[in-house]
Design a protein around this ligand. Sequence first.
Ligand code: PEP
Length: 248
Amino acid sequence: MREKIVAGNWKMNLTKNEGLLLIDSVVNGLNTADVKVILAPPFPFISDTVSKVEKTTISVAAQNCHQTESGAFTGEVSAVSLQSFGCDYCIVGHSERRQYFGEDDKLINEKIVQLLAKNIKPIYCCGESLEQRQSEEHFEVVGEQIQSAFSGLKREDLLKIVVAYEPVWAIGTGETATPKQAQEMHAFIREKLSQVLRDEAENVSILYGGSVKPDNAKELFSQKDIDGGLIGGASLNATDFLAIIHSF
Ligand code: PEP
């Protein structure tokens, strides 16, 4: 049975007090243990978040990591450091990293390898741009992203990865993929994974991300291959984030 997961990606938002208050509100308002909740705050919050969720079922993710173990990379953060601070997950390949920091799937593959070596589960983001969707290249694009990012990974590695399908045109735009569009792509991703994993592809959680809100979460999450969401904007508001989690 695959896990239902709702992860909140704060991106580069919130001051110390705002962030700590948000964590407390999520911890205090959470009333289900059936959904794995993951908080992905900016780096300075990682340590406090880990302490605050210690006695809960909530896990902590970083939003990025460097592809090497250590060294002269000013401003970067390594997987080994994240592990030592208690991070269980790390987002890789978010479209904002691809778009603004030039990350491609070859680099993302190196980050995935580094994370797996440190026992951190990657949350791998993929998804097509608006132009690619309009020219009906979306399956090809996502297929190639996955092929390249997961290249060389063993079966047991693949089973540790959470995939997040995030159509770029739906991130932070208020525009959401329809449940049918999302389900179609999730089924395609699972089929792609089954080329290596066979039946075990059923055990991989595939999240949808892109303007998930309390009023569209239920329908999206009720699709057969949608196992939860990666939530940006709505995760900054505890009431909305909790409503999304509880909509399962
Ligand atoms: C995201 O940041 O991954 C995301 C999906 O953002 P939003 O929910 O704001 O579209």
